[in-house]
Design a protein around this ligand. Structure first.
Ligand code: ATP
Ligand code: MG
Length: 563
Protein backbone atom coordinates (compact mmCIF):
# COMPACT_ATOMS: atom_id res chain seq x y z
CA UNK A 1 0.00 0.00 0.00
CA UNK A 2 1.83 3.06 -1.18
CA UNK A 3 1.96 6.24 0.84
CA UNK A 4 3.39 8.42 -1.87
CA UNK A 5 0.26 9.14 -3.87
CA UNK A 6 -0.43 12.83 -4.00
CA UNK A 7 -3.80 13.81 -2.60
CA UNK A 8 -6.19 15.01 -5.20
CA UNK A 9 -6.70 18.19 -3.13
CA UNK A 10 -10.11 19.11 -4.47
CA UNK A 11 -11.03 22.71 -4.75
CA UNK A 12 -12.52 24.40 -1.72
CA UNK A 13 -13.12 27.93 -0.51
CA UNK A 14 -9.55 28.19 0.81
CA UNK A 15 -8.15 27.28 -2.58
CA UNK A 16 -10.42 29.87 -4.13
CA UNK A 17 -8.93 32.51 -1.82
CA UNK A 18 -5.41 31.37 -2.69
CA UNK A 19 -6.13 31.43 -6.41
CA UNK A 20 -7.54 34.97 -6.11
CA UNK A 21 -4.42 36.02 -4.16
CA UNK A 22 -2.22 34.48 -6.82
CA UNK A 23 -4.02 36.49 -9.48
CA UNK A 24 -3.87 39.75 -7.52
CA UNK A 25 -0.25 39.09 -6.61
CA UNK A 26 -0.95 39.64 -2.90
CA UNK A 27 1.90 37.36 -1.86
CA UNK A 28 3.80 37.52 -5.12
CA UNK A 29 2.24 34.22 -6.17
CA UNK A 30 3.81 32.44 -3.19
CA UNK A 31 1.92 29.83 -1.17
CA UNK A 32 3.42 28.99 2.20
CA UNK A 33 1.33 27.24 4.84
CA UNK A 34 2.16 25.68 8.19
CA UNK A 35 0.81 23.03 10.49
CA UNK A 36 1.20 24.32 14.06
CA UNK A 37 0.41 21.67 16.72
CA UNK A 38 1.00 22.23 20.38
CA UNK A 39 3.12 19.27 21.57
CA UNK A 40 0.81 18.52 24.49
CA UNK A 41 -0.60 15.23 23.24
CA UNK A 42 -0.76 12.88 20.29
CA UNK A 43 -2.36 14.02 17.06
CA UNK A 44 -5.91 12.93 16.32
CA UNK A 45 -7.99 12.51 13.15
CA UNK A 46 -8.99 16.18 13.33
CA UNK A 47 -5.33 17.09 13.06
CA UNK A 48 -5.08 14.78 10.05
CA UNK A 49 -7.65 17.01 8.36
CA UNK A 50 -5.55 20.07 9.10
CA UNK A 51 -2.36 18.29 7.96
CA UNK A 52 -3.92 17.18 4.67
CA UNK A 53 -5.25 20.67 4.14
CA UNK A 54 -2.02 22.54 4.91
CA UNK A 55 0.43 20.15 3.28
CA UNK A 56 -1.97 19.27 0.47
CA UNK A 57 -2.56 22.94 -0.35
CA UNK A 58 1.15 23.68 -0.48
CA UNK A 59 1.66 20.69 -2.76
CA UNK A 60 -1.21 21.67 -5.03
CA UNK A 61 0.18 25.18 -5.60
CA UNK A 62 3.86 24.26 -5.69
CA UNK A 63 4.35 26.02 -2.37
CA UNK A 64 5.83 25.14 0.99
CA UNK A 65 4.52 23.94 4.32
CA UNK A 66 6.28 24.18 7.67
CA UNK A 67 5.80 22.03 10.70
CA UNK A 68 5.83 24.33 13.70
CA UNK A 69 5.54 23.26 17.30
CA UNK A 70 3.49 25.82 19.16
CA UNK A 71 5.33 25.19 22.38
CA UNK A 72 4.51 28.19 24.54
CA UNK A 73 3.05 26.35 27.52
CA UNK A 74 5.92 24.60 29.32
CA UNK A 75 3.73 22.79 31.83
CA UNK A 76 1.92 20.51 29.39
CA UNK A 77 4.47 19.89 26.68
CA UNK A 78 6.84 17.02 26.19
CA UNK A 79 9.40 15.64 23.72
CA UNK A 80 7.43 12.39 23.54
CA UNK A 81 4.70 14.41 21.82
CA UNK A 82 7.16 16.26 19.60
CA UNK A 83 8.48 12.91 18.34
CA UNK A 84 5.08 11.32 17.86
CA UNK A 85 3.79 14.32 15.90
CA UNK A 86 6.67 14.09 13.42
CA UNK A 87 6.12 10.37 13.02
CA UNK A 88 2.40 10.90 12.40
CA UNK A 89 2.84 13.66 9.80
CA UNK A 90 5.31 11.49 7.90
CA UNK A 91 3.05 8.47 8.16
CA UNK A 92 0.30 10.48 6.52
CA UNK A 93 2.68 10.89 3.60
CA UNK A 94 3.85 14.46 4.07
CA UNK A 95 7.25 16.04 4.62
CA UNK A 96 7.73 19.57 5.94
CA UNK A 97 9.87 22.10 4.15
CA UNK A 98 11.13 23.40 7.49
CA UNK A 99 10.71 22.44 11.13
CA UNK A 100 10.37 25.23 13.67
CA UNK A 101 9.46 25.73 17.28
CA UNK A 102 7.63 28.80 18.53
CA UNK A 103 10.14 28.69 21.38
CA UNK A 104 12.83 29.51 18.77
CA UNK A 105 11.17 32.92 18.60
CA UNK A 106 10.98 33.68 22.33
CA UNK A 107 13.73 36.31 22.09
CA UNK A 108 12.20 37.94 18.99
CA UNK A 109 8.75 37.90 20.54
CA UNK A 110 10.12 39.41 23.73
CA UNK A 111 11.56 42.23 21.61
CA UNK A 112 8.16 42.76 19.98
CA UNK A 113 6.64 43.12 23.44
CA UNK A 114 9.21 45.78 24.35
CA UNK A 115 8.42 47.58 21.09
CA UNK A 116 4.74 47.57 21.95
CA UNK A 117 5.56 49.07 25.35
CA UNK A 118 7.71 51.75 23.76
CA UNK A 119 4.79 52.64 21.50
CA UNK A 120 2.43 52.76 24.48
CA UNK A 121 0.56 49.71 23.16
CA UNK A 122 1.30 47.29 25.99
CA UNK A 123 1.62 47.52 29.76
CA UNK A 124 2.64 45.53 32.79
CA UNK A 125 -0.38 44.89 34.97
CA UNK A 126 -0.25 43.90 38.66
CA UNK A 127 -3.94 43.01 38.70
CA UNK A 128 -4.73 39.44 39.64
CA UNK A 129 -6.31 37.20 37.02
CA UNK A 130 -9.48 37.41 39.09
CA UNK A 131 -9.48 41.23 38.89
CA UNK A 132 -8.76 41.16 35.19
CA UNK A 133 -11.65 38.79 34.62
CA UNK A 134 -14.05 40.91 36.66
CA UNK A 135 -13.08 44.05 34.71
CA UNK A 136 -13.54 42.48 31.31
CA UNK A 137 -17.19 43.46 30.97
CA UNK A 138 -19.68 41.42 29.00
CA UNK A 139 -20.90 41.21 25.43
CA UNK A 140 -23.32 44.05 26.22
CA UNK A 141 -21.23 46.08 28.68
CA UNK A 142 -17.80 47.59 28.19
CA UNK A 143 -14.96 46.53 30.48
CA UNK A 144 -13.09 48.72 32.95
CA UNK A 145 -9.57 50.00 32.55
CA UNK A 146 -6.99 48.43 34.82
CA UNK A 147 -5.39 50.69 37.43
CA UNK A 148 -2.04 50.00 35.69
CA UNK A 149 -3.22 50.76 32.17
CA UNK A 150 -1.55 54.16 32.01
CA UNK A 151 1.74 53.13 33.54
CA UNK A 152 4.50 55.08 31.72
CA UNK A 153 6.48 53.22 29.07
CA UNK A 154 9.77 53.45 30.97
CA UNK A 155 8.21 51.88 34.04
CA UNK A 156 6.61 49.12 31.92
CA UNK A 157 9.95 48.32 30.33
CA UNK A 158 11.70 48.25 33.69
CA UNK A 159 9.13 45.92 35.21
CA UNK A 160 9.07 43.72 32.12
CA UNK A 161 12.87 43.31 32.21
CA UNK A 162 12.69 42.43 35.89
CA UNK A 163 9.93 39.92 35.12
CA UNK A 164 12.27 38.31 32.63
CA UNK A 165 15.14 38.38 35.12
CA UNK A 166 13.07 36.29 37.52
CA UNK A 167 12.51 38.90 40.23
CA UNK A 168 8.82 38.12 40.65
CA UNK A 169 6.75 35.13 41.60
CA UNK A 170 4.25 33.47 39.26
CA UNK A 171 1.15 35.63 38.93
CA UNK A 172 2.70 38.82 40.35
CA UNK A 173 2.42 40.58 37.00
CA UNK A 174 1.14 40.02 33.50
CA UNK A 175 1.72 41.93 30.30
CA UNK A 176 -1.34 43.11 28.40
CA UNK A 177 -1.89 44.76 25.04
CA UNK A 178 -3.42 48.23 25.31
CA UNK A 179 -6.22 48.04 22.77
CA UNK A 180 -9.71 49.00 23.87
CA UNK A 181 -11.62 47.90 26.98
CA UNK A 182 -14.90 48.81 25.27
CA UNK A 183 -14.17 46.86 22.09
CA UNK A 184 -17.18 44.81 20.93
CA UNK A 185 -14.80 41.87 20.41
CA UNK A 186 -13.88 40.63 23.88
CA UNK A 187 -10.52 39.36 22.62
CA UNK A 188 -9.55 42.99 21.97
CA UNK A 189 -10.15 44.10 25.55
CA UNK A 190 -6.53 44.41 26.56
CA UNK A 191 -5.67 40.72 26.07
CA UNK A 192 -2.89 39.04 28.04
CA UNK A 193 0.41 38.74 26.21
CA UNK A 194 2.80 37.36 28.84
CA UNK A 195 2.63 35.58 32.15
CA UNK A 196 5.25 34.66 34.71
CA UNK A 197 5.79 30.95 35.00
CA UNK A 198 8.82 29.55 36.74
CA UNK A 199 8.73 26.26 34.88
CA UNK A 200 11.19 24.23 32.86
CA UNK A 201 10.49 24.18 29.16
CA UNK A 202 11.20 21.01 27.19
CA UNK A 203 13.52 22.93 24.86
CA UNK A 204 14.57 26.18 26.52
CA UNK A 205 15.01 24.67 29.97
CA UNK A 206 15.08 27.38 32.64
CA UNK A 207 16.18 30.14 30.28
CA UNK A 208 12.78 31.80 30.52
CA UNK A 209 10.43 32.36 33.42
CA UNK A 210 8.00 34.44 31.39
CA UNK A 211 6.06 32.85 28.56
CA UNK A 212 4.10 34.53 25.76
CA UNK A 213 0.47 33.51 25.30
CA UNK A 214 -0.81 31.70 22.24
CA UNK A 215 -2.46 34.71 20.59
CA UNK A 216 0.66 36.78 21.08
CA UNK A 217 2.97 34.12 19.71
CA UNK A 218 1.03 32.66 16.87
CA UNK A 219 0.71 35.58 14.46
CA UNK A 220 4.29 36.67 15.02
CA UNK A 221 5.50 33.14 14.35
CA UNK A 222 3.50 33.12 11.09
CA UNK A 223 4.95 36.53 10.24
CA UNK A 224 8.55 35.55 10.99
CA UNK A 225 8.20 32.46 8.78
CA UNK A 226 6.63 34.54 5.98
CA UNK A 227 3.58 32.32 5.93
CA UNK A 228 1.10 33.40 3.27
CA UNK A 229 -2.09 31.65 4.35
CA UNK A 230 -2.44 30.83 8.03
CA UNK A 231 -5.17 28.20 8.08
CA UNK A 232 -6.82 27.50 11.43
CA UNK A 233 -10.12 26.30 12.86
CA UNK A 234 -13.27 28.40 13.26
CA UNK A 235 -12.88 29.08 16.97
CA UNK A 236 -10.05 31.45 16.04
CA UNK A 237 -12.25 33.57 13.80
CA UNK A 238 -12.85 36.13 16.52
CA UNK A 239 -9.16 36.12 17.39
CA UNK A 240 -8.35 37.35 13.89
CA UNK A 241 -8.80 41.05 14.73
CA UNK A 242 -6.13 40.64 17.43
CA UNK A 243 -3.91 38.63 15.07
CA UNK A 244 -4.14 41.46 12.55
CA UNK A 245 -3.75 44.24 15.14
CA UNK A 246 -0.58 42.80 16.71
CA UNK A 247 1.09 42.49 13.31
CA UNK A 248 -0.08 45.83 11.96
CA UNK A 249 0.87 48.00 14.95
CA UNK A 250 4.47 46.82 14.50
CA UNK A 251 4.21 47.11 10.74
CA UNK A 252 5.34 43.52 10.16
CA UNK A 253 4.87 41.12 7.25
CA UNK A 254 1.19 40.18 7.34
CA UNK A 255 -0.05 36.63 6.58
CA UNK A 256 -3.74 36.02 5.88
CA UNK A 257 -5.54 34.02 8.56
CA UNK A 258 -8.32 31.80 7.16
CA UNK A 259 -10.64 29.70 9.30
CA UNK A 260 -12.35 26.39 8.49
CA UNK A 261 -14.65 24.05 10.43
CA UNK A 262 -13.03 21.45 12.68
CA UNK A 263 -13.72 17.81 12.13
CA UNK A 264 -16.03 16.12 14.59
CA UNK A 265 -16.76 12.41 14.28
CA UNK A 266 -19.60 10.40 15.78
CA UNK A 267 -18.86 7.99 18.63
CA UNK A 268 -15.53 9.59 19.47
CA UNK A 269 -14.00 12.93 20.43
CA UNK A 270 -11.22 15.20 19.26
CA UNK A 271 -9.77 16.80 22.32
CA UNK A 272 -6.20 16.14 23.36
CA UNK A 273 -7.04 17.08 26.92
CA UNK A 274 -9.79 14.47 27.20
CA UNK A 275 -7.84 11.85 25.27
CA UNK A 276 -5.00 12.39 27.76
CA UNK A 277 -7.47 11.78 30.55
CA UNK A 278 -8.47 8.46 28.96
CA UNK A 279 -4.81 7.48 28.83
CA UNK A 280 -4.03 8.62 32.36
CA UNK A 281 -7.05 6.94 33.95
CA UNK A 282 -6.37 3.67 32.14
CA UNK A 283 -9.69 3.75 30.26
CA UNK A 284 -7.57 2.84 27.22
CA UNK A 285 -4.17 1.15 27.09
CA UNK A 286 -2.34 4.19 25.74
CA UNK A 287 -2.32 6.91 23.10
CA UNK A 288 -2.06 4.23 20.44
CA UNK A 289 -4.86 2.05 21.75
CA UNK A 290 -6.62 0.99 18.52
CA UNK A 291 -9.88 2.43 19.85
CA UNK A 292 -8.40 5.90 20.15
CA UNK A 293 -9.11 8.49 17.44
CA UNK A 294 -5.42 9.36 17.46
CA UNK A 295 -3.34 8.87 14.36
CA UNK A 296 -1.19 6.44 16.38
CA UNK A 297 -4.37 4.56 17.36
CA UNK A 298 -5.83 4.23 13.90
CA UNK A 299 -2.43 3.30 12.50
CA UNK A 300 -2.18 0.46 15.01
CA UNK A 301 -5.78 -0.43 14.16
CA UNK A 302 -4.70 -0.99 10.55
CA UNK A 303 -5.84 2.18 8.80
CA UNK A 304 -3.71 3.18 5.83
CA UNK A 305 -2.36 6.65 5.05
CA UNK A 306 -4.07 6.41 1.66
CA UNK A 307 -7.42 5.84 3.36
CA UNK A 308 -6.84 8.76 5.73
CA UNK A 309 -6.05 11.13 2.90
CA UNK A 310 -9.03 9.90 0.91
CA UNK A 311 -11.21 10.49 3.95
CA UNK A 312 -9.92 14.05 4.36
CA UNK A 313 -10.55 14.72 0.68
CA UNK A 314 -14.03 13.34 0.91
CA UNK A 315 -15.17 15.36 3.94
CA UNK A 316 -13.88 18.52 2.34
CA UNK A 317 -13.36 21.92 3.90
CA UNK A 318 -16.23 24.12 4.99
CA UNK A 319 -17.10 27.07 7.19
CA UNK A 320 -19.79 25.19 9.14
CA UNK A 321 -19.19 22.96 12.12
CA UNK A 322 -20.84 19.60 11.69
CA UNK A 323 -20.66 16.00 12.78
CA UNK A 324 -19.26 13.42 10.36
CA UNK A 325 -20.50 9.84 10.62
CA UNK A 326 -17.83 7.35 11.64
CA UNK A 327 -18.97 5.17 8.76
CA UNK A 328 -17.45 7.70 6.33
CA UNK A 329 -14.05 7.02 7.87
CA UNK A 330 -14.67 3.28 7.91
CA UNK A 331 -15.70 3.26 4.26
CA UNK A 332 -12.49 5.04 3.34
CA UNK A 333 -10.38 2.25 4.80
CA UNK A 334 -12.68 -0.45 3.38
CA UNK A 335 -12.25 0.98 -0.11
CA UNK A 336 -8.50 0.98 0.17
CA UNK A 337 -8.16 -2.44 1.79
CA UNK A 338 -10.66 -4.00 -0.60
CA UNK A 339 -8.30 -3.10 -3.42
CA UNK A 340 -5.06 -3.89 -1.66
CA UNK A 341 -5.43 -6.36 1.19
CA UNK A 342 -4.70 -10.05 0.52
CA UNK A 343 -7.46 -12.46 1.50
CA UNK A 344 -6.86 -15.25 3.97
CA UNK A 345 -9.04 -17.61 5.96
CA UNK A 346 -9.40 -17.47 9.72
CA UNK A 347 -11.95 -18.86 12.13
CA UNK A 348 -12.79 -16.79 15.20
CA UNK A 349 -15.15 -19.20 16.98
CA UNK A 350 -13.96 -22.64 15.94
CA UNK A 351 -16.21 -25.64 15.51
CA UNK A 352 -14.44 -28.88 14.69
CA UNK A 353 -15.42 -30.68 11.49
CA UNK A 354 -14.27 -34.25 10.84
CA UNK A 355 -14.48 -35.45 7.24
CA UNK A 356 -15.21 -39.11 7.83
CA UNK A 357 -14.43 -40.19 4.26
CA UNK A 358 -11.17 -38.22 3.96
CA UNK A 359 -8.05 -40.39 4.47
CA UNK A 360 -6.35 -39.84 7.79
CA UNK A 361 -2.92 -38.22 7.40
CA UNK A 362 -3.54 -37.02 3.84
CA UNK A 363 -2.94 -33.34 3.05
CA UNK A 364 -4.21 -31.72 -0.09
CA UNK A 365 -2.65 -28.38 -1.11
CA UNK A 366 -5.39 -26.27 -2.67
CA UNK A 367 -4.96 -23.14 -4.73
CA UNK A 368 -6.55 -20.01 -3.28
CA UNK A 369 -6.82 -16.60 -4.94
CA UNK A 370 -5.08 -13.90 -2.91
CA UNK A 371 -7.14 -10.95 -4.03
CA UNK A 372 -10.02 -11.18 -6.50
CA UNK A 373 -9.78 -7.38 -6.89
CA UNK A 374 -6.15 -7.59 -7.91
CA UNK A 375 -5.10 -10.41 -10.29
CA UNK A 376 -1.44 -9.46 -9.83
CA UNK A 377 -1.68 -10.58 -6.20
CA UNK A 378 -1.57 -14.18 -7.42
CA UNK A 379 -2.49 -17.34 -5.57
CA UNK A 380 -1.30 -19.37 -2.61
CA UNK A 381 -1.58 -22.93 -1.37
CA UNK A 382 -3.82 -23.74 1.56
CA UNK A 383 -3.59 -27.15 3.22
CA UNK A 384 -6.71 -29.28 3.47
CA UNK A 385 -7.00 -32.31 5.75
CA UNK A 386 -9.40 -34.62 7.55
CA UNK A 387 -10.04 -32.33 10.53
CA UNK A 388 -11.02 -28.71 9.92
CA UNK A 389 -12.40 -25.77 11.80
CA UNK A 390 -15.37 -23.79 10.64
CA UNK A 391 -17.14 -20.90 12.31
CA UNK A 392 -19.68 -21.93 14.99
CA UNK A 393 -22.07 -19.41 13.46
CA UNK A 394 -21.95 -21.24 10.12
CA UNK A 395 -23.82 -24.23 11.54
CA UNK A 396 -27.35 -24.50 12.90
CA UNK A 397 -28.97 -27.65 14.11
CA UNK A 398 -32.47 -26.37 13.39
CA UNK A 399 -31.98 -23.67 10.79
CA UNK A 400 -34.67 -21.10 10.06
CA UNK A 401 -35.74 -20.58 6.45
CA UNK A 402 -33.23 -17.86 5.59
CA UNK A 403 -30.23 -19.79 6.89
CA UNK A 404 -28.40 -21.42 3.97
CA UNK A 405 -25.19 -22.46 5.66
CA UNK A 406 -24.40 -25.82 7.18
CA UNK A 407 -27.12 -27.88 8.86
CA UNK A 408 -27.71 -31.60 9.33
CA UNK A 409 -28.08 -33.26 5.93
CA UNK A 410 -27.14 -30.07 4.07
CA UNK A 411 -24.32 -29.54 1.57
CA UNK A 412 -22.21 -26.36 1.41
CA UNK A 413 -19.02 -25.29 -0.34
CA UNK A 414 -15.78 -24.86 1.55
CA UNK A 415 -14.02 -21.87 0.04
CA UNK A 416 -11.37 -22.91 -2.54
CA UNK A 417 -11.92 -26.57 -1.51
CA UNK A 418 -14.73 -29.11 -1.73
CA UNK A 419 -18.44 -29.52 -1.20
CA UNK A 420 -19.18 -31.14 2.14
CA UNK A 421 -22.37 -32.53 3.63
CA UNK A 422 -23.13 -32.61 7.33
CA UNK A 423 -24.04 -36.10 8.51
CA UNK A 424 -24.14 -35.66 12.25
CA UNK A 425 -23.70 -33.10 15.01
CA UNK A 426 -21.91 -34.58 18.00
CA UNK A 427 -22.89 -33.15 21.40
CA UNK A 428 -21.17 -33.01 24.72
CA UNK A 429 -23.15 -35.56 26.77
CA UNK A 430 -23.31 -33.33 29.86
CA UNK A 431 -23.73 -29.82 28.46
CA UNK A 432 -25.56 -30.69 25.26
CA UNK A 433 -23.27 -28.29 23.43
CA UNK A 434 -22.33 -29.20 19.85
CA UNK A 435 -18.65 -30.05 19.92
CA UNK A 436 -18.02 -31.62 16.54
CA UNK A 437 -19.62 -32.10 13.15
CA UNK A 438 -19.15 -35.32 11.27
CA UNK A 439 -19.33 -34.59 7.55
CA UNK A 440 -18.48 -36.21 4.24
CA UNK A 441 -16.72 -34.51 1.36
CA UNK A 442 -17.22 -35.13 -2.34
CA UNK A 443 -13.77 -35.82 -3.87
CA UNK A 444 -15.14 -34.91 -7.33
CA UNK A 445 -15.69 -31.29 -6.27
CA UNK A 446 -12.06 -30.20 -5.77
CA UNK A 447 -11.89 -26.44 -6.29
CA UNK A 448 -15.52 -26.04 -5.25
CA UNK A 449 -17.64 -27.10 -8.21
CA UNK A 450 -19.62 -30.26 -8.75
CA UNK A 451 -19.11 -31.96 -12.14
CA UNK A 452 -22.84 -32.73 -12.27
CA UNK A 453 -23.58 -29.02 -11.96
CA UNK A 454 -25.52 -29.29 -8.69
CA UNK A 455 -25.68 -26.06 -6.76
CA UNK A 456 -25.14 -25.22 -3.12
CA UNK A 457 -26.47 -22.02 -1.64
CA UNK A 458 -23.57 -21.14 0.57
CA UNK A 459 -19.78 -20.93 0.71
CA UNK A 460 -18.09 -20.89 4.09
CA UNK A 461 -14.50 -20.40 5.21
CA UNK A 462 -12.46 -22.98 7.08
CA UNK A 463 -8.98 -23.77 8.36
CA UNK A 464 -7.19 -27.13 8.50
CA UNK A 465 -6.89 -28.00 12.21
CA UNK A 466 -3.51 -29.66 11.92
CA UNK A 467 -2.02 -26.63 10.14
CA UNK A 468 -3.86 -23.90 11.99
CA UNK A 469 -2.06 -21.11 13.83
CA UNK A 470 -3.57 -19.94 17.10
CA UNK A 471 -4.00 -16.22 17.56
CA UNK A 472 -5.57 -13.68 19.84
CA UNK A 473 -7.90 -11.47 17.85
CA UNK A 474 -9.06 -8.11 19.17
CA UNK A 475 -12.38 -6.86 17.89
CA UNK A 476 -13.12 -3.17 18.33
CA UNK A 477 -16.28 -1.21 18.48
CA UNK A 478 -17.01 2.49 19.00
CA UNK A 479 -15.17 4.15 21.86
CA UNK A 480 -18.33 5.96 22.94
CA UNK A 481 -21.77 4.43 23.20
CA UNK A 482 -23.44 7.67 22.13
CA UNK A 483 -23.11 9.21 18.68
CA UNK A 484 -22.65 12.87 19.52
CA UNK A 485 -20.22 13.14 22.38
CA UNK A 486 -20.64 16.92 22.30
CA UNK A 487 -24.22 16.37 23.45
CA UNK A 488 -23.08 15.13 26.86
CA UNK A 489 -24.35 17.80 29.25
CA UNK A 490 -21.76 19.83 31.15
CA UNK A 491 -21.27 18.40 34.59
CA UNK A 492 -22.10 14.89 33.40
CA UNK A 493 -19.31 12.39 33.84
CA UNK A 494 -18.40 12.13 30.16
CA UNK A 495 -16.40 8.95 30.78
CA UNK A 496 -19.59 7.18 31.86
CA UNK A 497 -20.63 7.31 28.19
CA UNK A 498 -17.70 5.16 27.07
CA UNK A 499 -18.82 2.01 25.30
CA UNK A 500 -18.22 -0.91 27.73
CA UNK A 501 -18.10 -3.26 24.71
CA UNK A 502 -15.50 -1.31 22.74
CA UNK A 503 -13.09 -4.26 22.94
CA UNK A 504 -13.83 -7.97 22.60
CA UNK A 505 -10.91 -10.34 22.83
CA UNK A 506 -11.12 -13.64 20.94
CA UNK A 507 -8.52 -15.68 22.80
CA UNK A 508 -7.97 -18.57 20.42
CA UNK A 509 -8.81 -17.94 16.82
CA UNK A 510 -7.53 -20.36 14.16
CA UNK A 511 -5.66 -18.91 11.20
CA UNK A 512 -4.46 -20.41 7.97
CA UNK A 513 -0.81 -21.41 7.73
CA UNK A 514 0.23 -18.63 5.34
CA UNK A 515 0.02 -16.08 8.18
CA UNK A 516 2.91 -17.64 10.11
CA UNK A 517 5.34 -15.05 8.75
CA UNK A 518 3.08 -12.00 9.00
CA UNK A 519 4.87 -9.11 10.71
CA UNK A 520 3.47 -6.34 12.88
CA UNK A 521 1.47 -3.94 10.72
CA UNK A 522 0.64 -6.58 8.09
CA UNK A 523 -2.90 -6.06 6.77
CA UNK A 524 -5.22 -8.64 5.29
CA UNK A 525 -8.84 -9.58 4.91
CA UNK A 526 -10.11 -12.54 6.91
CA UNK A 527 -12.64 -13.73 4.38
CA UNK A 528 -16.21 -12.95 5.41
CA UNK A 529 -15.05 -11.42 8.71
CA UNK A 530 -13.41 -8.09 7.99
CA UNK A 531 -10.02 -6.46 7.58
CA UNK A 532 -7.39 -7.24 10.16
CA UNK A 533 -3.79 -6.35 10.89
CA UNK A 534 -1.01 -7.79 13.00
CA UNK A 535 -0.68 -5.87 16.26
CA UNK A 536 2.64 -4.46 17.42
CA UNK A 537 2.53 -6.76 20.47
CA UNK A 538 2.28 -9.85 18.27
CA UNK A 539 5.06 -12.45 18.58
CA UNK A 540 5.91 -15.60 16.65
CA UNK A 541 4.60 -17.76 19.51
CA UNK A 542 1.69 -15.47 20.35
CA UNK A 543 0.10 -13.93 17.29
CA UNK A 544 -2.20 -10.96 17.89
CA UNK A 545 -4.48 -9.45 15.27
CA UNK A 546 -6.60 -6.30 15.40
CA UNK A 547 -9.79 -5.97 13.45
CA UNK A 548 -9.49 -2.75 11.49
CA UNK A 549 -13.07 -2.74 10.27
CA UNK A 550 -15.83 -5.16 9.39
CA UNK A 551 -16.52 -5.92 5.73
CA UNK A 552 -19.75 -3.99 5.61
CA UNK A 553 -21.30 -1.35 7.71
CA UNK A 554 -23.18 -3.54 10.21
CA UNK A 555 -25.22 -0.66 11.40
CA UNK A 556 -26.56 0.08 7.90
CA UNK A 557 -27.37 -3.60 7.48
CA UNK A 558 -29.37 -3.65 10.70
CA UNK A 559 -31.21 -0.52 9.60
CA UNK A 560 -32.11 -2.12 6.29
CA UNK A 561 -33.31 -5.33 7.90
CA UNK A 562 -35.44 -3.37 10.31
CA UNK A 563 -37.07 -1.82 7.24
P1 ATP B 1 -7.14 19.94 20.90
O1 ATP B 1 -8.34 20.73 21.32
O2 ATP B 1 -7.43 18.54 20.55
O3 ATP B 1 -5.98 20.07 21.83
P2 ATP B 1 -5.98 21.97 19.37
O4 ATP B 1 -6.69 22.76 18.36
O5 ATP B 1 -5.69 22.61 20.65
O6 ATP B 1 -6.72 20.60 19.53
P3 ATP B 1 -3.42 22.13 18.22
O7 ATP B 1 -2.24 21.30 18.52
O8 ATP B 1 -3.39 23.54 18.62
O9 ATP B 1 -4.63 21.37 18.84
O10 ATP B 1 -3.82 22.00 16.69
C1 ATP B 1 -2.94 22.09 15.60
C2 ATP B 1 -3.74 22.41 14.39
O11 ATP B 1 -4.72 21.41 14.15
C3 ATP B 1 -4.49 23.71 14.57
O12 ATP B 1 -4.34 24.50 13.40
C4 ATP B 1 -5.91 23.28 14.78
O13 ATP B 1 -6.79 24.24 14.34
C5 ATP B 1 -5.99 21.98 13.99
N1 ATP B 1 -7.02 21.12 14.54
C6 ATP B 1 -7.16 20.70 15.80
N2 ATP B 1 -8.26 19.96 15.96
C7 ATP B 1 -8.86 19.90 14.75
C8 ATP B 1 -10.06 19.28 14.25
N3 ATP B 1 -10.86 18.59 15.04
N4 ATP B 1 -10.35 19.44 12.95
C9 ATP B 1 -9.53 20.13 12.14
N5 ATP B 1 -8.40 20.74 12.54
C10 ATP B 1 -8.06 20.63 13.83
MG1 MG C 1 -4.46 24.40 20.64
Amino acid sequence: MSTDETPSAPTNFIHEIIEADNISGKFGGRVHTRFPPEPNGYLHIGHAKSICLNFGTAKKYGGKCNLRFDDTNPAKEDVEYVDSIQEDVRWLGFEWDALYYASDYFEQIYQYAEQLMEKGLAYVDSSTLEEIRSQRGTLTEPGKNSKDRDRPAAENLDLFRRMRAGEFADGAYVVRAKVDMAHPNMNMRDPLLYRIRHADHHRTGDKWCIYPLYDFTHGYSDSIEQITHSICTLEFENHRPLYDWLIDVLDLYHPQQIEFARLNLTHTMMSKRKLLELVETGAVTGWDDPRMPTIAGIRRRGYTPTAMRAFCDEIGVTKFNGLTEMVVLENAVRNDLNKNAPRVMAVLKPLKVVLTNYPDGQVDELEAVNNPEDPSAGTRQVPFSRVLYIEQDDFMENPPKQFFRLAPGREVRLRWAYLITCQEAVKDPTTGEIIELRCTYDPATRGGNAPDGRKVKSTIHWVSAEHALSAEVRLYDHLFAIANVADIPDGDDWKSHLNPKSLTVVPDAKLERSLSTAQAGYRCQFERLGYFCVDKESQADKLIFNRTVTLKDDWAKIQKKGG
